[in-house]
Design a protein around this ligand. Structure first.
Ligand code: AMP
Ligand code: ZN
Length: 492
């Protein structure tokens, strides 16, 4: 069974897959860049967190003692797509006329609710940037002391040229320093920086800033990248196993984290850098600034214009798992409808595991091959789509056993039931009991009747009854959505 635990991981730093050897036997330290909570996370953000939830879950399944740190960005100036450093939390706070941390708190409540809806395990700790200002200041002081940063006019910048004499800047993204001119411009700091690729570690306060801290360089606030260096070092040490985030964080955020860690502590923080790919909309990255986003709750409630009906969160998560974390994914009605169908088939097969006939003879070889295939797929750089194909193969074999065309011994059936449950519920994080499926026949029949009565009420223009039925169902956790082809429903 030990060979079943031979995990390989693709490392963005080397561009290769390699056998995973933790720094400390039996333990894994993993840091993932969390959300910037100036607004409600969109479905794309959630895809990245769901992918790292899958990775966390499989490491736990393999028996590792995992310390999983996912931060919350609640301070600092984030570089926008135009290359400017923007205080997005302060901007939202000014707009809503509240304080910055009220904004963060409001959206953190929503984020935590989404984590529950989409069945993400809580990380070991979710530290905040504002809770670690002192640690950030200390690291900046160390970088200055080592000669890789300079203070100017109340701000501090990382000195990319000085750093490049000793270390390789661009080691993760592969970008050469002299090719960075367009991507690293920070319009507010052009005349302060010695070199265009230098980036802010500390920013002097602007008069409109809502969050300001004291520092050896005057009042101000931290640059964006330094919080992750401070928090990963504090909770996982100067060197740990895995650092993750969305693909779009590779440069400049992760590149600059490496530079900060090398510049202060002399080493790259993580052995393995993992990057989850984007959720796209019509081939384009889903993003707030492009306006092509929908919210994770809208798709569950059926209130987005993009889809004609609501989908259960289990189906959405299942659909996500059918794309590898390093591939892009485009959510369409077709892919979600196909996921819904596949999900029902698997649900049906899993429910049959409790009363399958067993044999005293040998188990059919194809059936014996199923459990090793689950591990092999996930050991191949967390290949969830391959695992799902294996689970469909298992469903096929379950139906064959039921029809007497394949055989399974009692022991093998116990093992198959245990591992199918574990891979579906614990690893893929798919709750089977909630979404509509073959085992919910009674509920389906009752809902057909209720919706039929509502339809009659609507035809008679009895809006009171029609609304009452919908509202009472909503209270009971059943969302009804009216579409072109009549009403559809889903369990919240
Ligand atoms: P932010 O709140 O903007 O810092 O983003 C939080 C996380 O979501 C980061 O790891 C981003 O890389 C990730 N992210 C942003 N947009 C997308 C997208 N369209 N698809 C997948 N992940 C995304
Ligand atoms: Zn980060």
């Amino acid at each position: 069974m030990e060979s079943l635990k031979d995990l390989s991981i693709y490392n963005s730093l080397t561009g290769e897959k390699a056998r995973f050897e933790p720094l400390h036997a039996g333990k894994v330290g993993m840091y993932v860049c969390g959300p910037t909570l100036y607004s409600e996370p969109h479905m794309g953000n959630m895809r990245t967190f769901i992918n790292f939830d899958l990775i966390y879950r499989y490491l736990l399944k393999l028996g590792y003692n995992v310390k999983y740190v996912r931060n919350i960005t609640d301070a600092g100036h984030i570089t926008n797509s135009a290359g400017e450093a923007v205080d997005s939390i302060g901007k939202a706070a000014r707009l809503e006329q509240v304080q910055s941390l009220e904004i963060v708190y409001k959206y953190n409540v929503k984020f935590q609710e989404l984590n529950r809806i989409y069945n993400l395990l809580p990380p070991s700790i979710e530290p905040t940037a504002t809770g670690h200002i002192q640690e950030q200041i200390e690291i900046i002081e160390q970088i200055i002391k080592n000669g890789f940063a300079y203070a100017v006019n109340g701000s501090v910048y990382f000195d990319v040229r000085a750093y490049s004499e000793k270390f390789e800047y661009g080691i993760l993204s592969g970008r050469k320093v002299d090719e960075l001119a367009e991507e690293t411009r920070d319009l507010n700091a052009q005349d302060e920086k010695r070199f265009f690729a230098d980036f802010a570690l500390w920013k002097k306060a602007n008069p409109e800033d809502m969050q300001i801290w004291r520092s050896p360089w005057g009042d101000g606030n931290p640059g964006w990248h330094i919080e992750c260096t401070a928090m990963s070092t504090k909770y996982l040490g100067s060197e740990f196993d895995i650092h993750g985030g969305g693909m779009d964080l590779k440069f400049p955020h992760h590149e600059d984290e490496i530079a900060q860690n090398c510049g202060s502590l002399g080493c790259n923080p993580a052995r393995i850098w993992m990057h989850a790919n984007m959720l796209n909309v019509n081939g384009q990255k889903m993003s707030k600034s492009l306006g092509n986003y929908f919210l994770p709750k809208e798709i569950v409630e059926g209130t987005t214009d993009v889809f004609e009906k609501a989908y259960a969160p289990e189906v959405i998560r299942f659909c996500m798992m059918q794309a590898h974390y390093r591939s892009t994914l485009d959510f369409t009605s077709d892919s979600l409808n196909a996921a819904e169908k596949g999900f029902t088939r698997l649900q049906d097969a899993v429910s049959k595991l409790d009363h399958l006939p067993t044999t005293n003879e040998n188990t059919t070889p194809e059936v014996s091959a199923l459990i090793p295939s689950f591990y092999q797929s996930m050991n191949d750089d967390f290949n969830a789509p391959k695992l799902i194909a294996n689970l469909f193969e298992a469903a096929k074999m379950i139906f064959a056993i039921e029809d007497g065309k394949a055989f399974i011994s009692k022991n093998d059936l116990d093992e198959l039931r245990k591992e199918m449950h574990s891979f579906l519920f614990d690893v893929l994080g798919i709750r089977m009991e909630k979404a509509a499926g073959a085992s919910d026949e009674a509920l389906n029949a009752a809902m057909d009747l209720v919706l039929e009565m509502r339809k009659t009420a609507r035809e008679n223009k009895d809006w009171g009854t029609s609304d009452k039925i919908r509202d009472r169902l909503t209270e009971a956790g059943i969302i009804v959505k009216d579409g072109k082809d009549g009403a559809s429903w889903t369990v919240k």
